[in-house]
Design a binder for this molecule. Structure first.
Ligand code: AMP
Ligand code: ZN
Length: 118
């Protein structure tokens, strides 16, 4: 791996080296709990491969993208968020407030959320 990837916290978590428990794992993705939950349930879904953000995706990543959403859906079921509903968010760059530069889906729910944009 490159120097930047060896410094990436989500690369380290996804590799299993930090011993962070996974809510779900697939061949190319992992889901784990956010350390500072913004709702009763807050899961992060990341590719094992280092991708900075959605801005870096190409059609080469189509299969991985499907896998990320499948992992998000499975994690929502495992955390009992699916019947009542949940939200999937991914921040891209400064205006969105992205703080970890390894692409991730936030899966939040477990309680009613304010309508996005209001
Ligand atoms: P973003 O602001 O969209 O880049 O989201 C980064 C998210 O990663 C935040 O919700 C943080 O709470 C979460 N986070 C950062 N470091 C860790 C970590 N070591 N384990 C779990 N969640 C983390
Ligand atoms: Zn990374």
């Amino acid at each position: 791996v490159t120097a930047s990837q060896s410094d990436c916290i989500f690369c380290k978590i996804a590799s299993g080296d930090l011993g962070v428990p996974f809510v779900h794992e697939s061949a190319g993705t992992v889901a784990f709990l956010d350390q500072a939950p913004q709702a009763r349930e807050h899961i992060l879904v990341v590719p094992k491969q280092h991708i900075v953000s959605v801005d870096e995706l190409t059609r080469e990543n189509d299969e991985l993208l499907g896998e990320l959403f499948e992992t998000a859906r499975r994690a929502a079921v495992l955390r009992n968020m699916n019947a009542s509903g949940y939200r999937i968010v991914t921040n891209v760059g400064p205006d969105a407030g992205q703080t970890v530069f390894h692409m991730h889906l936030h899966v939040v729910g477990g309680e009613p959320l304010g309508h996005f944009g209001k």
